[in-house]
Design a protein around this ligand. Structure first.
Ligand code: WT7
Length: 635
């Protein structure tokens, strides 16, 4: 029996049991069989969740790009590694073979070296979904630099915060980007951000929209001429298993974004192994994940996981609605996509458009459908299953996080019977636990609690860049000796998991993880605002939308409230990005507070959700009278 590729349910249970009983033997076998190591490890695992410290494959030497590229050259050199599908369907798509990818990554890696980038340096990548993005990521990995990809929808303030936090030496960007019928001036955003980033020494600029942009003398360089001059031969830097591979920022419920640090070997083994099994990828399949590489989904399941398996992975620059809502299906038909992986928010937006857009396309190539980013509601699940999968493609509802690096709970298609809204069973090696409020583990089935993981897995984030104490505090302090996910979940009568949603102050809007605190901080910068509180409320398409309660300063001047609403959203757009804009803004004279001064968000949440029948005990509040005022003026 090979542990690597699980083909039926009995085998899943067997492999799962082994992964729990003998985790080290289990992962050692997976790692030995399928990767290219420059030196094998001395120790498979050492861990201590109290510090917390986790090390996988310690002592091993490797380069992840040799595993994602070089290793395939002999057998798959002419196979397509990446299919680039541009924003405009009239522009030709591009097929990049493994051989070509090898050349382009090597050239880019040589450019990085010429520009003074060395092992351990941080490089910020702020690019649209064009081939240069994947190539830049791999080029960093080739020279041992730590990439920090920032989603190109983030604002200049969000970008500069991230650049400064990890002290990036270089930024890789483009003149601009396409988004449907619009163009965005990415370089102008970078210029703005770099006003306060003294750590950045150079900026490499790819040409995408051919706009007329300013280049700062001594700092900015066009990328293409440098690539043209560079050799396509670049020896991979030999790295330690536990050297950092990348930093990726995620928002927390408080404070600035957390730079999650992922290390090389464990991340590689886990993303490759999960990719193979969760999508049941076969040699000539074409796989498409619609995420952006700016999120963990893109890192793990557009770039590293697929390429480590020698797969063909689609990179899509566009949006689901351009030129019309048939675009996804047109791309599936055009490239004969076999596995299709997207987010519930996209499914709901497409479902709203009806089935005509689907019916004019041939989707018979599809074998597996995936969902990620937030709980998928029953209606969306059935629409996806009936109309896209025609009831013959299993849906894999994959639960995981930026912090987990790879998929943690998911059905395996054709192996695990699916159940709408359930992420079903833990992946081999993953030991979930549901905890009650007093910190006891809930044993047995048919229980609901807080979702923790009680044993390390290879792709878990190792720390928060520059703040290990925050890492411990956020993930390892709520429950003793366990990683706490921040999610609630239930386990049904057969042991299937259903994720019920966040139990902290993180709100998932259109699949984007948004912390309330940074948004409140942004709003509070408005000169007319005294205080604010953000909560989520259910939204048809976005899953959740944001509701802001805002107290204005008594400045004596009268302001038009609608203008203020616009200005508040403008400030949020500048500080974070348009994804964090509020759908509803209610001005109020006060916020319900406990005697210790903490905002009782539970009450605000209920009001925003129009669920005021049972607000619970409000008598302990400092200002109970404000609750009625808020209810009366609720939007
Ligand atoms: C949070 C993590 C993992 C890639 C994208 C999001 C929610 C994610 C599911 C799912 C229910 C899900 C959780 C999680 N989430 N997938 N299949 N079912 N909830 O990564 O931005 O780090 O967000 O997304 O609440 O904690 P992220």
């Amino acid at each position: 029996m090979s542990n690597y590729h699980i083909k039926h349910l009995e085998e899943y249970y067997q492999v799962y049991r082994k992964s729990v009983r003998e985790p080290e033997n289990f992962w050692e076998e997976v790692a030995e069989e399928h990767f290219m190591w420059r030196k094998k490890w001395d120790k498979v695992l050492s861990w201590d969740f109290t510090k917390p410290e986790v090390k996988w494959f310690e002592g091993a030497k490797l380069n992840i790009t040799e595993n994602c590229i070089d290793r395939h050259l002999a057998t798959r050199g002419d196979k397509t590694a990446i299919i680039f599908e541009p924003n405009d369907p009239k522009e030709a798509s591009e097929h990049i073979t493994y051989k070509q990818l090898h050349e382009r990554v090597n050239q880019f890696a040589n450019v990085l070296k010429d520009e003074g980038i060395k092992k351990g340096d941080r490089v910020c990548i702020y690019l649209p979904m064009i081939p240069e993005l994947a190539i830049a990521v791999l080029a960093c990995a080739r020279v041992g630099a730590i990439h920090s990809v920032v989603f190109a929808g983030f604002s200049s303030t969000a970008l500069s915060t991230r650049i400064n936090d990890s002290e990036c030496k270089m930024v890789i960007t483009s003149d601009g980007s396409y988004r449907g019928a619009k163009t965005i001036d990415l370089k102008a955003i970078v210029d703005d951000a770099l006003e306060d980033c003294p750590c950045v020494k150079s900026v490499l600029v790819a040409k995408r929209i051919h706009s007329d942009i300013g280049m700062k003398e001594g700092r900015d360089k066009w990328l293409q001429p440098l690539l043209d001059k560079a050799s396509s031969d670049c020896k991979a830097e030999i790295m330690d298993a536990e050297d950092p591979l990348f930093i990726l920022y995620t928002s927390g419920s408080t404070g600035k974004p957390k730079g999650m640090v992922h290390t090389i070997a464990g991340y590689m083994v886990y993303t490759a192994y999960t990719f193979k099994n969760v999508f049941q990828y076969r040699e000539n399949d074409v796989y498409w994940c619609t995420a952006d590489i700016g999120w963990i989904t893109g890192h793990s399941y557009i770039v590293y996981g697929p390429l480590a398996n020698g797969a063909t992975t689609v990179m899509f620059e566009g949006v689901p609605s351009y030129p019309d809502f048939g675009r996804f299906w047109e791309v599936v038909e055009k490239h004969r996509v076999n596995q299709f992986y997207t987010a519930p928010t996209a499914i709901r937006a497409l479902a709203k458009q009806g089935v005509d857009f689907i019916e004019s396309h041939d989707l018979s190539s599809l074998k597996v459908l995936g969902s990620v980013g937030e709980p998928i509601n029953e209606e969306a699940w059935h629409w996806y299953n009936d109309n896209v999968g025609k009831k013959r493609c299993p849906i894999v509802d994959t639960w995981w996080q930026t912090e987990t690096g790879g998929i943690m709970v998911s059905p395996l298609p054709f192996v695990t019977p699916t159940k709408p809204t359930y992420a079903t069973l833990p992946f081999p090696g993953i030991q979930p636990a549901l905890m009650d409020e007093v910190g006891e583990e809930l044993k047995g089935n048919q229980v609901e609690g807080r979702l923790c993981i009680k044993f390390p897995w290879p792709s878990m984030a190792r720390t928060i860049w520059g703040n290990h104490e925050r890492y411990r505090e956020t993930y390892f302090s709520a429950f003793e000796n366990k990683y706490f996910t921040g999610d609630g979940a239930l386990r049904d009568e057969v042991g299937y998991y259903r994720i019920t949603g966040r139990v902290d102050d993180v709100i998932i809007v259109s699949g984007h993880n948004l912390g309330t605190a940074p948004i409140e901080d942004a709003i509070n910068e408005h000169p007319a605002v005294a205080e604010s509180a953000i909560v989520g409320f259910p939204h048809d398409i976005k899953g959740n939308a944001l509701y802001g309660f805002v107290i204005l300063k008594d400045t004596g001047e009268s302001r038009v409230q609608d203008n203020l609403r616009k200005e508040i959203n403008q400030i949020i757009t500048e500080h974070i990005g348009p994804i964090a804009k509020l759908d509803k803004i209610q001005f109020t004279s006060g916020l319900p507070k406990t005697r210790s001064g903490k905002i009782m968000r539970r009450i605000l949440r209920k009001i925003a959700c129009k669920d005021i029948s049972n607000l619970g005990d409000t008598s302990t509040l400092l200002n109970p009278e404000v609750v009625q005022e808020i209810i009366d003026n609720a939007i």
